[in-house]
Design a protein around this ligand. Structure first.
Ligand SMILES: [Zn+2]
Length: 258
């Protein structure tokens, strides 16, 4: 593995604009990671897997579209984003990007759309938990993958109340989706971030940082590094497939409609 320490950190351009599907960046280097090749650029709109959201797929290519690198996976390590994939065109020694060369990045719209809807749906279920009287359950892990999406909470719901709560959650989600509301994200000072999230931030966020807060309409914000739909109504149908309580954790599994 080439030493990623040599690379400056990658600017996460999707922090500023979650809906940009094409951007320009400056090529920094190509690294070999075992069998895999990875492209490093100075700024990316491709989402690296993390925070419960799968990686984007897409392309990185030169301005005359002769040299095309197909991105199959995106990962971040120590602030450097690795775009894993391969050149679509046969790679000769001359055909690779040059250091400092301007390249175009494009995000696969279909996959991003699905990932964003699943992620926003997870956040909306948090809001629904509050609205149906389960605010005392502290929000924990979220897994917003197409197969087996869930949000998890510390605390329990009595077994004989699970089905009623499942129905209530689904009904509340449907109501909120039908009303809609603008989704936004902003990087703000710690105190403001805490205020947007109802007074407190999770312990894993250090006090001297400026967290990124995602807001779904007028509801309480949530610290998040992921991508989201532009409007709550874009989430579409949310089905709460199951609520399960185990080892003091309540796991709410969900799917989204086509
Ligand atoms: Zn999130």
């Amino acid at each position: 593995m080439a030493d990623s320490m040599d690379s400056p950190t990658t600017k996460l351009a999707y922090f500023d604009d979650m809906w940009q599907l094409k951007s320009r960046a400056s090529f920094i280097s190509m690294v070999a990671d075992g069998e895999r090749l990875a492209v490093i650029v100075d700024s990316t709109i491709l989402y690296p897997q993390g925070g419960g959201q799968p990686a984007d797929i897409g392309f990185i290519y030169d301005l005359d579209e002769r040299l095309k690198f197909r991105v199959q996976d995106v990962r971040s390590r120590n602030g450097v984003v690795f775009h894993y994939g391969y050149f679509d065109s046969p790679l000769s020694e001359q055909s690779t990007f040059q250091k400092g060369q301007e390249v175009i990045l494009s995000v696969d719209e279909h996959r991003r759309g699905l990932n964003s809807r699943l992620h926003s749906a997870g956040h909306l279920l948090d809001v629904c938990m509050h609205n149906i009287g389960l605010a005392s359950l502290e929000s924990g892990k979220g897994h917003h993958f197409p197969d087996g999406a869930f949000v998890e909470y510390k605390g329990k719901i009595p077994a004989d109340d699970l089905e009623r709560k499942r129905e209530a959650l689904e009904k509340e989600a449907k109501r909120l989706v039908s009303i809609g509301g603008k989704v936004s994200a902003a990087i703000v000072p710690y105190e403001s971030a805490a205020a947007l999230c109802g007074g407190e931030l999770p312990e894993y966020i250090p006090k001297d940082t400026t967290p990124r807060i995602v807001m779904l309409g007028d509801n309480l914000g949530c610290p998040c590094g992921g991508t989201h739909v532009a409007d709550i109504s874009d989430i579409g149908i949310i089905k709460v497939s199951q609520i399960r309580v185990r080892k003091g954790l309540t796991k709410v599994s969900y799917t989204i409609g086509p």
